[in-house]
Every structure is written in C-alpha cells, then in structure tokens.
Design a protein around this ligand. Structure first.
Ligand code: COA
Length: 403
C-alpha cells in the first residue's frame, strides 16, 4: 500500500481526528478502536526506536492497523511547533507517560488549548497526575496497575495471586479512554470548550474491580481468593469434565432445581433448606459441600460437549472452555466472520480479529495495514503546510524521521 493512500469514508467516527503519543496497549488501543470505527488516527512515535510495540511479531499488525505514523521529537523546540500544528486540527489528543511528562516539558493543557480551545486531552499514567509525589512519576505497565489497584490480589488461589491476562489493566484502560474522551467530546462540541482527563490506570481497575470491595467497604467482609471457583456460590466456576473443562454459572430457581435433579439431589428441592424459588445456592447454605461434591462428580463423568448442550437446554449458562484452536474453526465464529485477513505493508497476509462491535448502519473496516515507523511523516507535514525543503531540514536535524 502506498504512503499517500487516502482514507475512505466509513464508520460512526468519520471526520474525528485523533492524535496520540503512547506506547504498547493502554493509550494506543483506545486510538485503535476509534480508527476501526472510522476516525483519522495519527500515531506519534519517538525518533530513537519508535513504539516498543514494534518489537512484537503479529499483535502490532492488528493493534496499529488503520493508523498513520509520524516519527517526531515532540520535546525539541522545532518538534513542538510541528506537534502544536497537528493539535490545531485534532479533536482528541491521548498521551501516556510516567506522570505529567508533557507539562514538565512545557506542554501544558493551557498551551494546547491556546492552539485548540475545544481539544479533548487524555493523560494516561499508572498513578495519575497528582497524589503522593513519589508515586506520581513512576513507570507502570498492566501488572503494576493490577497490583496497586487490588485487582491482582482478587485473582488466583489462596497461595498465589495471579495476573488477570491478557493485559486486562491495559485493555480496560483503553475502553475507559474511548468512553471518557467521547463523553468529553460530546460536551466540547456543544460548548466549544475542551477537557483534560487524568486517566490513572490503577483507578480504572479500582472502578471495574470494585464488586467485592463494596462488601469490605460497607461491612468489613473479605473473601479468600477462590481460584477457579466463585467466592460465595455453588455451581459457579470452572469444572473438570471427562474430556475438557466447563465454565458453569449456575443461577436462578429453575436452573437450581434442574441441576439438583441431574446430580441426584432432587429431593433437596422444596425443603426448608432449599425452598422452591431458591435463586442462589450459597456456599454457607446447609448442604453446600455436598452439592459442590456432587456437581464435581457428575461433571467428571460427562463429556464436556454433551453436558454443555444438556445444561444449555435447561437454560443453565454453561460453556466448554474453548481453546484458541477450537475457536477459530467454530461454526458460530465462522458465521459471524470473527476473523479476517488483510495484507501488511510487505504484502504478507495477516490474520486478526474482525471489527467489533458490529455497527448496522455505519460499520467499521480495515482500510490500511500498520505503517512502518515514520511512514507518514512526510505526508503529515506536507498536509500541515511544510515545504519539501523544510521537511528535509527537520529530518537532517533529527527532529523528524521519514521511512
Ligand atoms: N519525542 C520525544 N521524546 C519522547 C517521545 C517523542 N515523541 N515519546 C516519548 N518520549 C520520551 C519520554 O518522555 C521519555 O522520556 P523520560 O524517560 O526522560 O521521561 C522517554 O522518551 C521514554 O518514554 P516512554 O515511551 O514513556 O518509555 P519508558 O520506557 O520510559 O516508559 C511506560 C514506558 C509505559 C512504563 C511509561 O510510558 C508509562 O508509565 N506510561 C503510563 C502508563 C502506560 O501507558 N503504561 C503502558 C500500558 S500498555
């Protein structure tokens, strides 16, 4: 694909301009989703080694498709000029750093708003831009945020906390960036006044990880890490079957009655201990240990596909734990075209997830593969009004890099 490929008109975000300076997942994946939904996304990469995501093999091809790359030293005097010109035309600017790195180098929100009063700015960091000084400037990846937010301490076994993979803290942050920046844009478009968002990754996880925390906050209740099972309900978790694993989410009165019958404990239903209408089988209920034991024994004797079908017919939420190999050829995945193919810049076929969600009227699309480092530097500067001589001059000085 040539450098100058013009962007087709598609998606609900057609016309939206997003500029970002961030590495890896949290910031870039937010821009990526917007690029897949039609936004014009520019990826600013440093001039020394570019985004560290470039060290990956395939995921970079997926998580940077539809983007344009400019390699620019934002913090040099002349680089800042280029950057501010880009900002004049942007709707949303996302940056991720170890604390307030842009402000420290003179690129404050106020300066950005001087150039574009309605700009929505998202500052992504591990710990936010204010708080305890020593923490604010620390580096953070997904796991760091999971650890500080208490998210990590809630997953795993009693002996061993475990990371919620893959990179949940990053991807949750991306979703929060998309939501909050579009919320701010909604307001900015009505008032003409922009917004600045202090996006601390740990706070994102604090928000999405607060389900059980509320029991502690309000009643001092804590739960031991439950491993593959639920903290306080029977029949919820991952169970071993004859030839695979089943994810079972047992909830609701008809479902409880049905499963008790299946496991040979039907006589418990309608008793004082489990009156008809019992929606939840609590782990501290009278026969909970017996119920758990019988569920385990029953499932161990069943082929996973058969029990999944049987339970589903009983309106019990149950699904085989699918492997990646099983997913890619599953008829439902095929029917919904969940994976697609496109060519990377070298003409090699790349396979990846389709565009989600599926918008009925203004669907997203893949219109361009991941660009090479600085592939669009020249085009972007030309569009901003820079002459070929000036572009070469900036290149010779190392302010920008072309590919
Ligand atoms: N022009 C000039 N300088 C640039 C630049 C550009 N376009 N882009 C980055 N830099 C600078 C940074 O300011 C930084 O300088 P400093 O170390 O003197 O502060 C340096 O280049 C390296 O920056 P960075 O890309 O942030 O790499 P890092 O290895 O120092 O840190 C993270 C990486 C991810 C740990 C850090 O950016 C961070 O904590 N980000 C916030 C949370 C986050 O997004 N984590 C990743 C989730 S996937």
């Amino acid at each position: 694909m040539s450098k100058g490929t013009s962007m087709p008109v598609f998606g609900n975000l057609h016309g939206l301009k997003v500029v970002y300076s961030a590495v890896e997942i949290a910031g870039p994946f937010a821009a990526q989703l917007m690029a897949e939904w039609g936004a014009d996304v520019t990826w600013i990469e440093n001039t020394f080694n570019g985004d560290s995501m470039r060290d990956t093999t395939y995921v970079k091809e997926v998580d940077r498709r539809n983007q344009r790359s400019i390699s620019l030293n934002v913090f040099s005097e002349e680089g800042r000029e280029v950057f501010l010109k880009m900002i004049e035309e942007a709707d949303i600017f996302i940056e991720s750093s170890k604390g307030p790195a842009f402000a420290k180098r003179g690129i404050t929100d106020e300066l950005l708003w001087k150039h574009n009063k309605s700009l929505v700015i998202v500052h992504v960091s591990g710990f936010g831009h204010y708080g305890v000084e020593d923490r604010v400037n620390r580096a953070a990846y997904d796991q760091t945020a999971q650890a500080f937010s208490g998210y990590l301490s809630q997953n795993g076994t009693q002996e061993q906390p475990m990371i919620a993979s893959p990179y949940s803290g990053d991807y949750f942050t991306s979703l929060m960036i998309v939501g909050s920046s579009l919320a701010a844009l909604y307001k900015a478009q009505k008032t003409g006044i922009g917004e600045s968002i202090d996006m601390a990754m740990y706070e994102v996880l604090l928000r999405v990880g607060s389900y059980y925390m509320t029991d502690y906050l309000n009643a001092g209740i804590t739960y031991p890490r439950a491993g593959a099972r639920h903290q306080n309900l029977c029949g919820i978790g991952v169970y071993k079957c004859k030839d695979g694993f089943l994810s079972l989410c047992l909830y609701g009165a008809p479902q409880n009655k049905a499963i008790l019958e299946r496991i040979g404990l039907g006589h418990l239903w309608g008793t004082d201990e489990y009156p008809e209408g019992t929606t939840a089988l609590w782990l501290d209920s009278p026969k909970a240990d017996l119920i758990q034991q019988k569920i385990e024994e029953y499932l161990l004797s069943q082929p996973v596909d058969e029990v999944e079908k049987d339970f589903s017919d009983l309106k019990i939420a149950a699904n085989k734990v699918m492997t990646i190999e099983e997913m890619v050829n599953h008829p439902h995945y095929l029917a919904r075209e969940n994976f697609i193919e496109w060519e990377n810049v070298e003409g090699k076929k790349i396979k990846g997830p389709n565009i989600f969600p599926k918008f009925k009227k203004n669907p997203g699309q893949v219109w361009r593969p991941m660009p090479t480092l600085g592939m669009d530097t020249e085009d972007i500067l030309t569009d901003l009004g820079y002459s070929a001589e000036r572009i070469q001059e900036l290149c010779d000085k190392g302010i920008i890099k072309k590919s």
